[in-house]
Design a protein around this ligand. Structure first.
Ligand code: FMN
Length: 302
C-alpha cells in the first residue's frame, strides 16, 4: 500500500501532519509518541520577534471543541533556528514552519530568514482570528491574500502553503488569491471566531473575550470549505479542522485534501495522529485501495 503524498513538492511518507499551535515544536510530544511516524510537523506560529501572547485565561472547552486566544505566543524565529530546529531535525519527518506577522514587511523579513533555514516548507498564517492587528485583516479577501502572498513569494524559494481563515462568506476568493500569487498549496481551515459567556459573572470565559473555535465541532465546516476550494483551485490542499480519526482523514481527502493536519485531536490524546495513520491503513486494506492518492477529491455528489 502506498501512503506517500506530495504536498506542493513536500514528499510526505503519509498524509498526516500535526496542526500549528497544537504540537509546539514537538519536544513534549516526542516523549510520548514516535514523531518520526508523522508525514510532517507544522510548527507553532513563529514570528520575526518573540511574542508574549494574550492574557490568560486563553483556552476554554466547549461542546465538542474548544476556544483559544493564545495570541501567537512564540520565542521568535532566531530562537527557533538555534534551539528548536536542530532538535526537530533529529526526527525522520518533514518540517513545515507556520509563519505569522502583523504587517506585510514583517512577513517578508521573516520569510527571508526562513528561506535560509533547513526546513521543508512554510505555512503562511493569514488567518488567526485572535490577534488585534494583522493576520485576519490580510486573509479575508482575494486582493489581501494575493498581495501578501506575492510579496512573500518573491523572497521564498521553498514550498509555500497559504493558510486561510474560514471566517469569510466565499472561501473560493481567498483560495484563488493564493493560487494567483504563486502559492504551492493552501491549507484550511483555521479556527472559527467564537465566544462563550460565564452566566454567573456575565463575562466572557476568555480574557480576550473572543477566540478561535476548533475541534470536532468544526469538522463539517472544514470538509465543506476544502470541497469548495478544491473546485476553485488546482494547487493541492492541506485540510484540517476537527480531525480525530482515520475516517475523518478519509473524509477530508475525498473532499479534495492531499494531506491533513490534526490539531485539537492531539489534546484529546497525544497519540491521535499515530492512531489515525493506522486507521487509514485499515480503511485502505478493507476497501482494497493500493494508493491513497486514488481517493483525493473523489467524493460523488448527490
Ligand atoms: C491552542 C491552539 C493554538 C493554535 N495556534 C495556531 C498558530 O499558531 N498558527 C496557526 O496557523 N493556527 C493555529 N491554530 C489553529 C490550528 O492550527 C487549526 O487550524 C485549527 O485548530 C483547526 O484544526 P483542529 O480542529 O484540528 O484543531 C491553533 C489552534 C489551537 C487550538
Amino acid at each position: 500500500m502506498n501512503l506517500e503524498v506530495n504536498l506542493a513538492g513536500i514528499k510526505m511518507k503519509n498524509p498526516v501532519t500535526v496542526a500549528s499551535g497544537t504540537f509546539g515544536y514537538g519536544r513534549e510530544y516526542s516523549e510520548l509518541i514516535d514523531i518520526s511516524k508523522l508525514g510532517a510537523i507544522v510548527t507553532k506560529g513563529t514570528s520575526l520577534k518573540p511574542k508574549a501572547g494574550n492574557k490568560p485565561p486563553r483556552v476554554y472547552e466547549t461542546t465538542a471543541g474548544m476556544l483559544n486566544s493564545i495570541g501567537l505566543q512564540n520565542p521568535g524565529v532566531e530562537y527557533f533556528a538555534q534551539n528548536d530546529l536542530p532538535f526537530l531535525r533529529k526526527f525522520d519527518t518533514k518540517i513545515i514552519v507556520n509563519a505569522c506577522g502583523s504587517t506585510q514587511e514583517e512577513y517578508v523579513e521573516l520569510c527571508k530568514i526562513l528561506n535560509t533555514l533547513d526546513i521543508d516548507g512554510v505555512e503562511l498564517n493569514l488567518s488567526c482570528p485572535n490577534v488585534k492587528a494583522g493576520c485576519m485583516a490580510f486573509g479575508t479577501t482575494y486582493e489581501g491574500v494575493k498581495q501578501i502572498t506575492s510579496s512573500v513569494r518573491k523572497v521564498l524559494d521553498k514550498p509555500l502553503i497559504v493558510k486561510l481563515t474560514p471566517n469569510v462568506t466565499n472561501i473560493q476568493e481567498p483560495a484563488k488569491g493564493a493560487e494567483d500569487a504563486g502559492a504551492d498549496a493552501i491549507s484550511l481551515i483555521n479556527t472559527l471566531l467564537g465566544m462563550s459567556i460565564d452566566i454567573n459573572t456575565r463575562r466572557p470565559h476568555l480574557a480576550n473575550n473572543m477566540g478561535g473555535l476548533s475541534g470536532p465541532a468544526i469538522k463539517p465546516v472544514g470538509v465543506r470549505m476544502v470541497y469548495q476550494a478544491h473546485n476553485a483551485v488546482k494547487i493541492p490542499i492541506l485540510g484540517l479542522g476537527g480531525i480525530v480519526t482515520g475516517n475523518d482523514v478519509i473524509e477530508y481527502m475525498l473532499a479534495g485534501a492531499t494531506a491533513i493536519s490534526i490539531g485539537t485531536g492531539n489534546f484529546i490524546s497525544p497519540d491521535t495522529s499515530i492512531k489515525a495513520i493506522e486507521q487509514i491503513e485499515e480503511y485502505m486494506r478493507k476497501n482494497k485501495i493500493e494508493d491513497i492518492n486514488e481517493i483525493i477529491g473523489k467524493v460523488q455528489m448527490n
